[in-house]
Design a protein. Structure first.
Length: 180
């Protein structure tokens, strides 16, 4: 009968180990859940704050080029999200480059990116720019910077002759942007 008790003790030890393993997983998931809840709360607060600011703003219509088919600032518009409403802010953070337009029209991070690219001896990659604009060299920061670089290319501020390699936009004489 000694072997039956030994078998039960072994099974009990295995079950105890499994319980401890699941408790550890539960503790880890509880930590992740708490972080996700905090992130959700911050996003809700941000959305509510933006909604308050937009509600306080008075919508302005320009006398030139207003199309009645397009929503105006603050006007609710249909969304791809079922039953949700989104408000049009009406701000283009990176405008399309035009002759005479300087980098001062861009948000600070975009101006920093343009400065790093302009100072580089040749084409640069997003992962080379990230530390030079004061961000940690993490995948998320690199990808975010890459999307900003692509946006600058699309809007005429930078060139990308080789995929992933960015340079200052080459323009003719008087077309050069005032970057500083």
């Amino acid at each position: 009968m000694g072997s039956l008790f030994e078998e039960l003790e072994a099974r009990e030890a295995t079950a105890q180990a499994r319980v401890e393993e699941i408790e550890a997983e539960l503790a880890e998931l509880s930590g992740k859940l708490e972080l996700a809840r905090e992130s959700l709360a911050r996003l809700r607060i941000a959305r509510e704050t933006v909604a308050e600011v937009l509600a306080e703003m008075t919508p302005e219509k320009s006398a030139v080029g207003v199309d009645d088919d397009w929503p105006t600032v603050g006007e609710p518009v249909a969304s791809a999200y079922a039953g949700a409403e989104r408000r049009v802010i009406g701000v283009l953070t990176v405008p399309k480059w035009r002759p005479g337009m300087g980098a001062e029209v861009l948000p600070r991070v975009y101006r920093d990116i343009l400065e790093v690219v302009a100072d580089a001896p040749g084409p640069v990659r997003a992962k080379q720019i990230v530390p030079r604009i004061g961000l940690p060299a993490e995948t998320g920061k690199i990808e975010g910077t890459r999307s900003k670089l692509k946006r600058l290319v699309e809007r005429g501020w930078l060139d990308e002759d080789t995929p992933g390699m960015f340079t200052s936009a080459r323009r003719r004489g008087s077309d050069l942007p005032n970057s500083r």
